[in-house]
Write a new protein. Sequence first.
Length: 552
Amino acid sequence: MMRCLSRLCLLGPFLCRTALAQNASLPTVDLAYEIIQATVYNETAGYYNFSNVRYAAPPLGDLRFKAPKAPATNRSSVQTGATGVVCPQAIPQWILEALFFTANYTQGLPFNASAWVDPISVTSLPQDGRTSEDCLFLDVIVPKTVLESNSSSAPVMVWIHGGGYAQGSKSDYGMPGEIANSSNNVVFVAINYRLGAFGFVSGPSLQAQGGDANAGLLDQRFALEWVQANIAKFGGDPSQVTVMGESAGGGSILHQITAYGGATPLPFQRAVPQSPAYYPFKSNAQQDSYFHGYLSLLNVTTLAQARNLSSSFLIAANIAQSAASEYGEFIFGPCVDGIFVPDYPPRLLLNGEFSKDVEVMTGHNAEEGVLFTPPNITNEITFDAWVSSLFPTMSLAEIDYIETVLYPPPSNGTTSYTNNLDRAILMNSEMLITCNAFYLDTAYDNQTYAYEFAVYPAIHGADLTYTFYDGPFGSVYDGLAFNSTVAEVLQDYELSFTKAGKPTTSVAGVPEFRMYGVDAILMEMSGSGVGMVVDPAANERCKWWQERFGFV
């Protein structure tokens, strides 16, 4: 995460300097509502970057906490995209402990949770200088040959960033590595969407006061519709759009596929949800509590009053409230609203209420839950207390079922884990992430492709360096071993699936990537090789969670 924050600070100024140096000779595209000019040309990779393209009106004033609206016409000058923008950011305080614990855990080192003291308060961290509520922009990265082809036949990949629905931006990982290389003839789009309270404050009280729940998901849908309407002007084919995202980005794709219960057509044809994550247990009462808590921090009592405040107050309140999230949780995120999210996505998938006309390749990591699991779970008492705190409305019988049948104590000798911390990590991995991939695979009658990223340490987010691989940089990256062969294979899979709906690779010795099928097989990518194995998420635990969704 710290690498992401540093890149957020550095990327914008770099693009600005490059754009100003090269701007005069770069091509333009007429979007009707405005004319945009490429911000920079990468001569090595052969692509143009049309950066910071406005896709929606500024979500300010009366448009705060509302669905996005079309941008106003502005043809008085050519938009160069020289100024980078990120949506207001916030992170929970627990993230600091989680980062240190995860670093120790993956190295087999002890971590004393009881002695942990936060080194700083996240509320004191400086904000990125590009932070603005007016942040609904996207980047279009297009090969020079595609832009100049006078056709609209290039496949399109749309990236939805992760970050717990609370932080992140379209430019988190810089340019999309080898994916953007002109030889691939793929148009790459990356989008911003509203985060934290700005994008995900929800609940019946908000809706009763004229607010739209899940505004961040509505931003994503609006951006995807923008792609349908405009990508042909860049040489992209709107009938060949693949949406890809990791963590909250993958969870967003899960919500897009199940949006409106599948009653409306999707603005994309293929999907690659990587580690599709979201915290699914927020009742209407909890949503209302968070909404009123946000208003209280603003010292107002209504949504209308909040809309009249300056951005600085809204941003500060979002930071403070998000900081107080319980360990492993994010206060704000997708919630059932009865409209865009008519029910919990796992249950919508189970009941057939989702868009069927989409090809899917799912992905998850081998150790997803470490980052989100409190390290103070050291025995059965602390495990029980943690489970009970997660599900306060569950019956004692159901809590007992979770603790004795689904995730029994390691002392019974039949478990894959040997201690209660690993017991909790497995439960979090499945409940929050890996089961979501399994639900998608089975919803599409097992006619999907699936992979597991298992290169050590295979924790949540470890695959992002591989997804955005930009060429050889040695065998070590950020202090961890890096497998360039796996990076090449993964990018081959992403590109070939985007182009033809079937993942293939040119790397020698890799077996055919077969469909998930009734045997629930997936492609495992590990440090020891690449091959087909049975999906570890295809188990009775995931099935139970899916049938039990909606208990809050």
